[in-house]
Design a protein around this ligand. Structure first.
Ligand SMILES: NC(=O)c1ccc[n+]([C@@H]2O[C@H](COP(=O)([O-])OP(=O)(O)OC[C@H]3O[C@@H](n4cnc5c(N)ncnc54)[C@H](OP(=O)(O)O)[C@@H]3O)[C@@H](O)[C@H]2O)c1
Length: 247
């Protein structure tokens, strides 16, 4: 499926929202897309939509909370290619915005399983395919809610949201990005947030009941930019579509 010039990307949670839009935009550039979806039916419907527009897309059943599913996804991707240029760890779980005093492990665990262990599980499993690429890149889709600077800034609405699971999971993801970037300098690892931190905005998707001020296309600007970063591009950074975001 891939040739030496054509770029390839695997996007987790590619069946809707920002993952789907990132898939659409990269496919438009002529990339081969492995569209991850934990639900085969939803994934197939999303892939068919892109294929109908001329895109080169393979739907990959992929639940980021399952070792077995991730291993099976590696096997399927290997049927199509010997290398993976870009991994976009996009799949995310918002949790239920339960206040810290009431947030039990039953609330925290599934959010961490998706937002923290998920990107580790998927990154580790796809490292051999990534390392076979000329200049591999991994994009971690984080959140402004994972920034200590943002959450402790009284001017930021998120500072007034009393929540434990989601924000701490994305803070962990930010550190995971930095640690991978330091340890694996041949791979560009960058964390991005889909909103505009300076303007207190985010992108309208199902995750926020479409209350966001930005479109899904604007929300994917930072994702697409880092997916397309050149060999000497940044690594270990945290940005939104406007530029650097404070950790
Ligand atoms: N929208 C924003 O402005 C914003 C701001 C900050 C951060 N983010 C981050 O952006 C990413 C994408 O979110 P979105 O806004 O596009 O929300 P969305 O439309 O709700 O999409 C979330 C995606 O994640 C998938 N997913 C959830 N759990 C999964 C699992 N265990 N395995 C595989 N896929 C799973 C969902 O699949 P199903 O369809 O099967 O549920 C869906 O495809 C998330 O990481 C989110 O935290 C978004």
């Amino acid at each position: 499926m891939t040739n030496s010039e054509q770029q390839s990307a695997l996007i987790t949670g590619g069946n809707k929202g920002l993952g789907f839009e990132a898939a659409r935009r990269l496919a438009e550039q002529g990339w081969s897309i492995f569209l991850g979806s934990r639900d085969e039916g939803r994934g197939r419907a999303a892939a068919e939509k892109l294929i109908a527009g001329g895109a080169n897309v393979v739907m990959v059943p992929l639940d980021v909370t399952s070792d077995e599913s991730v291993a099976e996804a590696v096997r399927l991707v290997r049927e199509h290619t010997t290398r993976l240029d870009v991994l976009i760890n996009n799949a995310g779980a918002p949790g239920h915005a339960i206040a810290p005093a009431d947030a039990t492990i039953d609330e925290i665990h599934p959010v961490y399983d998706t937002n923290v262990y998920g990107p580790i599980r998927v990154t580790q499993a796809f490292l051999p395919l990534l390392q076979a690429a000329d200049h591999p890149r991994v994009v971690m889709v984080s959140s402004a809610g994972g920034s200590f600077a943002v959450v402790t800034d009284p001017a930021q609405p998120v500072s007034k949201m009393h929540e434990l699971a989601y924000s701490s999971s994305k803070a962990a993801l930010n550190m995971i990005t930095v640690r991978y970037a330091q340890a694996l300098p041949n791979i560009r690892f960058n964390a991005v947030t889909p909103g505009e931190v300076a303007n207190h905005t985010f992108a309208a998707t199902d995750m926020n009941n479409h209350t966001g001020q930005l479109t899904a296309t604007e929300g994917t600007d930072s994702i697409v930019k880092l997916a397309m970063a050149p060999a000497d591009g940044p690594t270990g950074t945290f940005t939104d579509r406007l530029g650097p975001v404070a950790w």
